[in-house]
Write a protein that binds this ligand. Structure first.
Ligand SMILES: [Zn+2]
Length: 254
């Protein structure tokens, strides 16, 4: 599953709302606010992209978010016992994954930064990683959010999906199911956003990043489309219950 994509819903929403001006937020402002988001906040954002979202109360979502974070962290800790100092790239190769670097994805209308393909292919798109690196240099964002290697984070995230696949019979993100209907046959569905939440927790623990790698959703999108990044930022703040506005005051008034 792709880590980050400028999804069709967002692109569609932007298309529809062309007359409504999306307030622009500076990358620095977005990075600073998002650096303060906790696991629950990011998890609530991930649930916004979950097909089954409406089936859960906020309390249930929070319990799932906590469990998915524990799952991701646990897998990273197990790996660190085996590979205490290696990079995510080395670990992925050691574990037998085929790591490929490509410049840009071929075909498809949206921007993808990295992807995992069963059973063992991890592809990182270097154009996105390079742009991400540049974004971190703007206004010393890297200092505000701590050092975050875009390439390593993208690899670590996809590596988790590979580990999930290999352990699909027992790992939480694959085995946790919700009963959609019982009659005449039982239909138990996975909750897909739990994989994304766990993959980010895995990357954070493995690489010991100061902030959640979810922040790259906004920073990488901003390197392609600043309006889309602003809209995504507002969506995240809304999902996480963070008021936006103080930085939104009419700048002419200042
Ligand atoms: Zn993913």
């Amino acid at each position: 599953m792709p880590l980050l994509k400028l999804n069709e819903k967002l692109a569609g929403d932007l298309g529809k709302k062309q007359e409504v001006k999306v307030p622009e937020h500076s990358i620095k402002e977005m990075a600073e606010v998002l650096a303060g988001l906790d696991d629950t906040g990011w998890g609530m954002y991930a649930f916004r992209h979950e097909i089954l979202e409406r089936k859960f109360t906020d309390e249930q979502k929070k319990a799932y978010i906590a469990a998915a974070n524990s799952c991701g962290r646990e897998e990273a800790r197990k790996l660190r016992l085996r590979y205490p100092f290696e990079t995510a790239e080395t670990i992925a190769r050691e574990l037998g994954f085929l790591l490929r670097m490509k410049s840009v994805p071929t075909g498809g209308g949206h921007v993808i930064f990295a992807e995992y393909e069963e059973p063992d292919k991890i592809t990182v798109y270097t154009d996105a990683a390079d742009r991400g690196k540049e974004v971190l240099k703007i206004d010393r964002i890297a200092e505000a959010i701590g050092n975050l290697s875009v390439m390593e984070t993208l690899i670590a995230h996809e590596l988790f999906h590979g580990i999930e696949y290999r352990n699909r019979d027992e790992i939480y993100t694959q085995t946790e199911r919700i009963e959609l209907w019982k009659k005449p046959f039982s239909n138990r569905s996975r909750i897909r956003c739990l994989s994304e939440i766990a993959a980010m927790a895995f990357a954070r623990e493995l690489l010991q990043t100061q902030v959640s790698p979810f922040i790259l959703d906004v920073l990488l999108v901003s390197s392609y489309n600043s309006e889309a990044a602003s809209a995504l930022y507002e969506e995240i703040c809304d999902a996480a219950g963070i008021p936006i506005g103080q930085n939104n005051m009419d700048k002419e008034d200042i």
